[in-house]
Design a protein around this ligand. Sequence first.
Ligand SMILES: Nc1ncnc2c1ncn2[C@@H]1O[C@H](COP(=O)(O)OP(=O)(O)O)[C@@H](O)[C@H]1O
Ligand SMILES: [Mg+2]
Length: 104
Amino acid sequence: MHASVEEKEIIKGLHLETKEGEIHVLLGPNGAGKSILANVIMGHPGYSVTDGHLYFEEDDITEAKTNERGKKGLLLSNQAPEEIPGITMENFLKSTRTALTEEK
Ligand SMILES: Nc1ncnc2c1ncn2[C@@H]1O[C@H](COP(=O)(O)OP(=O)(O)O)[C@@H](O)[C@H]1O
Ligand SMILES: [Mg+2]
């Protein structure tokens, strides 16, 4: 997979496969592209996949919207989560469950 930001190629041919139940840690110097890779996997609109594909389980998600990726089970957690007044953790989790299961 190749990915770019503002026409600048940042990820220059990465092949990475992780199997169910495995835990992988990516280590690299500042500026290596770790955060961009995480954002590209979630479909951040600021980055574009210029070559190759992303698959989750059997599905090609290269063009999928971020919320569709989330429904499949992909999550990018925040290093420093924003505190949003009025949104409690309980309501956030309830809304997430409803979005996934369509059950109240
Ligand atoms: N919006 C952007 N425009 C141009 N270059 C960017 C942008 N965001 C990140 N970069 C560059 O992409 C490279 C990878 O950044 P990043 O993924 O944040 O690295 P890491 O998380 O591994 O420290 C860096 O050289 C950074 O300067
Ligand atoms: Mg980073």
